[in-house]
Ligand binder design. Structure first.
Ligand code: FE2
Length: 264
């Protein structure tokens, strides 16, 4: 915890890096976007912690992870990463740990690995047990959760709840909502049973949203690479600048947060 008493966190997500930093990905240069977003965030805030919430590499190349590792180390700021559906856990762990719990002052971050081997996400039994234990025996007054896959539907399909999105034929369940966290009902029900949990952040959806369900907020964040249009039915690319999310976790349990996009 810094002398400011609050914890200043920057979330970077869906980097989709490639082995060649000059290579294009759907009209963007992911490496250059990331460097610019990172520099902007460091100028704008006194950052205590970076959280990288998955889809770090698009091609799962050793080079993409090595370059990312080097870049983050050079910031001198503590940083943690979790895998997305596009990531190699082995390559990540060879460079930098994939931690489950990060404690700073009054706050404990729980970093979930939702990688299932498929495009959608899932928490395996060991993740569920680890989470339950951490919720029942918190190491700080307040907790925040980070996960790659969205633990609530983010598109039109969220109007109709109580269904398994992967089994639903509704046209509303399409695009990114067709590959969410599969066990999102279990996770949300579990988290809302613990009042110390104040917020959840995720990647995967490549756009900004702020949803509230059962008094718990889900914050989604623009990618540092490509953006998806708000009509998520078609994975349509939006002409929006890359961005990041800043969170200020207060010592009284309040959470301030805002998305910033790259300024040119
Ligand atoms: Fe992604």
């Amino acid at each position: 915890m810094s002398v400011r008493d609050s914890l200043s966190v920057v979330q970077l997500t869906d980097l989709h890096l490639l082995a060649d930093p000059e290579q294009d990905f759907k009209g963007q240069k992911p490496w250059h976007n990331l460097v610019a977003v990172l520099e902007q965030s460091l100028k704008a805030h006194p950052v205590d912690l970076f959280l990288l919430t998955g889809d770090l590499s698009q091609d799962e190349s050793v080079e993409s992870y090595q370059q990312l590792y080097q870049l983050m180390q050079e910031t001198g700021v503590p940083w943690h990463w979790i895998p997305g559906n596009h990531d190699s856990v082995d390559l990540m762990q060879a460079l930098h740990p994939i931690d489950f719990s990060v404690v700073s002052g009054e706050w404990q971050w729980l970093l979930l690995n939702s990688q299932s081997g498929q495009p959608h996400g899932e928490l395996d039994e060991s993740q569920r047990q680890q989470l339950l234990q951490a919720l029942e025996q918190p190491q700080a007054l307040y907790q925040a959760i980070a996960i790659h896959h969205q633990p609530l539907l983010v598109g039109p399909g969220r109007q109709g709840e109580n269904h398994n999105p992967l089994m639903d034929n509704s046209e509303a369940i399409a695009g990114i909502d067709s590959i969410p966290l599969r066990d999102q009902g279990w996770l949300w029900q579990t988290l809302t049973g613990f009042p110390a949990v104040k917020t959840v952040i995720c990647g995967h959806v490549h756009q900004e949203q702020h949803l509230v369900k059962d008094q718990l907020s889900l914050l989604t964040t623009p990618a540092t690479s490509i953006q998806f249009a708000s009509d998520i039915n078609e994975f349509q690319i939006a002409d929006l600048a890359p961005g990041y999310r800043w969170l200020n976790l207060m010592p009284d349990g309040h959470v301030e947060s805002r998305v910033y996009r790259l300024e040119n």
